[in-house]
Design a protein around this ligand. Sequence first.
Ligand code: UT7
Length: 325
Amino acid sequence: MRRYSRITGTGSYLPPRRLTNADLVAELAAKGIETSDDWIVERTGIRARHFADAGVFSSDLGLEAAKNALQAAGCSAQDIDLLIVATSTPDMVFPSTACILQNKLGANGCPAFDVQAVCSGFVYALSIADAMIQAGAARRALVVGAEVFSRILDFTDRTTCVLFGDGAGAVVLEASDTPGILASDLHADGKHVDILCVPGHVSGGSVLGDPLLKMDGQAVFKLAVGVLEDAARAALEKAGKTPADVDWLIPHQANIRIMQSTAKRLKMSMDKVVVTVDQHGNTSAASIPLALDSAVRSGKVKPGETLLLEGVGGGFTWGAVLLNL
Ligand code: UT7
């Protein structure tokens, strides 16, 4: 009998410090940076974001999200036999945030590693966990997206610092006789490295280059809209489905206008799109599991429904995962 994987629990966590646009606009104005609530809302749909306090790391946010997901799945950390963390803001250069989180969870012993695919990280990690479960290499995986993007923002660059937030989301993915994950479709094109990057690196005890986020927003926007449609259609085709079969589209939460364009191209109503960018901002690899968990917990998304998750981000990377909840 074919082996599938299925999400059995979701969880998420936002650090308590919440900044509305008005809060951020005031903080930036004090530094001589001019922006406005109107501009941020109109161009992005973002109204608020959460920032972690100093000393709080991706593994700390991931820990709370993981605990919530484990509780929802009715299992404990010791039941996990695979731990994958998607993050671009790791606690350290090494070891992986997954190993640090594993120790905090007390899930020691199982394989644990990070996936670095920026804002596509969660769909990459989910797809890898699904493949490992299908191959018999794991039975119960914890897949986490966790980020502290506030640490890599340049608060003198208004074109980027208003866009991002911190947070974490997680799912428990278990072996199952029925799907579960129906199909996934992952891609990368490294020729676009420069349009979204944090170019600094550690060398000889110093940070060389600029360790803050750089983005050509318009170039990213244009690419994102095209590849998100392609990935969605490819994942649907692999499963013999069409956009009409999808109950909920859960896209990476970067910009409401990208989500609207994607929905339009797929001929899906915005009523079928889960939107949390207004309250979370762009939390990179955490955005999809955060949106998923908030939709599950609010009762919007229900067991048995068909979900299309899709991410896009630095690399350039993109991908989609189609699943039955
Ligand atoms: O997570 C990975 C994926 N990332 C994304 O998907 C981000 C994709 N890109 C975007 O979402 C959009 O390109 C942005 C939201 C980043 C920018 O929106 P835009 O409509 O492309 O604006 P723009 O860059 O064309 O800038 C328009 C104007 C410029 O002024 P001028 O040159 O027209 O006078 C900017 O200087 O808006 C100005 N501007 C701002 N004004 C007030 C840029 N940032 C701000 C700001 N406040 N924060």
